[in-house]
Design a protein. Structure first.
Lengths: 159, 159
């Protein structure tokens, strides 16, 4: 079972792809980011994000995607940009026929570390340990992608 | 020159299509809404919106689209939903290769009525008059679509 975690962003969207097996193993396949150039007009950045994600889905064929749910804690400009990107991501995943889960930061932290107030560092070291990686995965958005994918595996009891 | 005005919404997106001629005429071709069922999961609503809009663009082939710019005056839940829809709309228009203009409510009101504080009623009667319609166009989201299309015609000096 292939699970893709997606941390939406206009400038940088984090992706983490993991695979679970029936025997109860889980492994990271890869983690990366999709970036769109800040100099491009908004509509072009969004269509580029959609095209890049679509290509990635065609190549990797995940069975499930987990997308981080947003909150408007930060400034409104950023929130609006992330929401634009998130809308595009959800539509692209859905038109690809992939099952989609949403996870709030609280749900994510609780599932990965057992502590809803876990900080970034705790999250990253749990992701590293669970996926038996040699180092903390970087960049941080891609690591968040892996955490989201693991959330999907835990929630769906895939391993 | 065909201009499509788009008033983004998750439940209901307003569309207004107008045509300008070299001789300086402008006429409304049609106005309508794209609706997505409230009962569907968010990703499906978004991919349905993208698919419906894409089909509409294939059929009508506008040269320019004008999309309303958002402000976070209302509640955050609504703002997030509208931003999701707006992102999908912008990506769909852009991947269709259509030129895109954005208009804030202030720019829109100023261009249509000459008064940045114009109310809905003033806007609607100016749209009716400019497009020589027999009645105020309804529903209100579709009328907003026509206003946005007219904004494009004024801004680009198409008539």
């Amino acid at each position: 079972m292939r699970i893709l975690g997606v941390d939406p962003g206009m400038t940088r969207t984090g992706l983490g792809l993991i695979e679970t097996t029936k025997s109860g193993n889980v492994q990271a396949i890869e983690w990366l980011t999709i970036e769109t150039p800040a100099g491009l007009p908004l509509p072009e950045r969004l269509s580029e994000l959609a095209a890049d994600l679509k290509q990635y889905l065609d190549e990797t064929k995940p069975d499930l995607a987990v997308v981080e749910k947003l909150f408007f804690a930060t400034n409104k400009r950023t929130a609006m940009d992330v929401s634009h990107a998130r809308g595009v991501i959800m539509a692209t995943l859905s038109s690809h026929g992939i099952d989609i889960l949403e996870a709030t930061p609280l749900q994510l932290k609780t599932a990965i570390t057992g502590d809803g107030r876990a900080d970034k560092k705790q999250m990253q070291s749990m992701v590293k340990r669970t996926l038996k990686l040699k180092e903390i995965p970087t960049p941080v958005d891609a690591a968040d992608g892996l955490a989201l994918a693991l959330y999907g595996a835990f929630t769906k009891k895939f391993f």
